[in-house]
Design a binder for this molecule. Sequence first.
Ligand SMILES: Nc1nc2c(ncn2[C@@H]2O[C@H](COP(=O)(O)OP(=O)(O)OP(=O)(O)O)[C@@H](O)[C@H]2O)c(=O)[nH]1
Ligand SMILES: [Mg+2]
Length: 499
Amino acid sequence: MTEQGALAGPLSTSVANLCRRLQPQVGPATAAGFTEVLRRLGAPLQVAVAGRIKSGKSTLVNALIGRRVAPTDVGECTRLVTRFQYGTVDRVEVVLIDGSTTVLPFDADGMIPASLGMDLATVSHIEAYLTSAVLKDMTVIDTPGLGSLDAASVARTEGVLDPTSRDAVAGAEAVLYVVTQSVRADDQQALAAFTAATASREAGPVNAIAVLNKADTIAPESVSGADADVWHAASLLAEAQAATLKPRVADVLPVIGLLAESAETGAFTSADADALRALSELDDATLETILLSADIFTTWECDVPAGTRTRLLDRLDLYGVRCGIDAVRVEPDIAAGELRRRIRDASGLEAVRARLNTVFAARADGIKAAAALASITALAHTAPDPAERGKVHDAIEVLLAKPEAHQLRVLEALTLLTSGAVDLPDDLTEEVLRVGSNADVTAQLGMPDAEREQLTAHALERAGWWRSFASFGATPAQSRVAHVVHRAYFLIWQQLREQ
Ligand SMILES: Nc1nc2c(ncn2[C@@H]2O[C@H](COP(=O)(O)OP(=O)(O)OP(=O)(O)O)[C@@H](O)[C@H]2O)c(=O)[nH]1
Ligand SMILES: [Mg+2]
């Protein structure tokens, strides 16, 4: 088995070294388990996109990858798990339950065919290898809708949830949870089940974020305080949902997946820009009328051909069409590329990407190492030979005492804070999140332009402050978190001094 790519960081490297060192000293079953752990450690972070049926998961996956490749809306492939990972050549394989694979040609539009032409009962999942750069840092797993009534697809989704399964769909390490306007009680349950069963030791706000998708379809009058503004309404709703989903996710961000997909995948073309320009010339009254509903928009008699309007509606829906027309009216000469960027900006995708980067990428080392340690611990439990079990446990103890293992405590502290299990004043919470959520020292200290000397002094000062807070000013629960933050600053200080 080959090991792909670079490890996520120092802790993953230590865990990998532990596996390699112990491998020759253990029985064949445990050794094979280590090989699998090593393979997983070397792979990019596995991010599952989960959520209720038709919430727009596949649309978002396409937007994130920057290619319209996952079938949306209809077809049996929306009932299958599809893993999108980096490859040097675009290739799609169907993986059968017996482990064999068949290459699947892309359809005429360059998409994964919506129907496979084979017995779905024999299919495990789909593996798509794409040259998309985003996939170098994370593997994106598109999942069938939770809460779908179709028993076979439910069973397949549970395959994703099964942490012990060696199946390729198992073991998502992070979750992007897609909700729409109404979060239902079973959304919370589904999210709980999904995060609890991922391979990560502590699933929760550390490795899960949520998006409020289809923000464009929210009626602003239904949200008090929204001032008839769709995006404002979406932000308010997202905030309320964050409070409901809080112990499970770090954040809920509003997004319009459809606009993100159209802008990022090139589905929005210069012909669409021309169509928006033509529509922008309609008089105000006509425009207001046709934007009332999708039916009126496509059937109203006007100079822009009905087919062109249907296409626009598919790409942008009514809200996006309105945004586009507004942009053209302000700036009649706007180029198609600029219009595409405006649509992307209106989609909210950039904020989602940024959050994925801070929440997942910066924590990938800790998240992956925690998942690997959980697997190693499970392997040790099932090892037949007590001496072998002892050896593995001892090695884990040694590893946990190393400075790089401190990240695991930081992840734990973040979970305690963001889930509300431990309360701190807002400014302190923000400080802990900053220290725990960034990979770069200047960002951790919140001093982007500071010299090393200033950084060193600040780290030392904060280390001292958190130590006394841990001893004097804190409840026992706060004290636990404070000790972790103290040590985080101490390690930063040490690192700065050694540079
Ligand atoms: N208006 C609007 N429509 C959207 C948005 N995102 C997705 N859609 C539409 O919602 C429908 C379902 O989208 P999919 O991406 O297939 O949803 P899914 O969650 O993958 O669906 P399943 O895999 O079948 O559970 C499609 O017609 C999309 O075009 C959005 O932000 N706004
Ligand atoms: Mg889908």
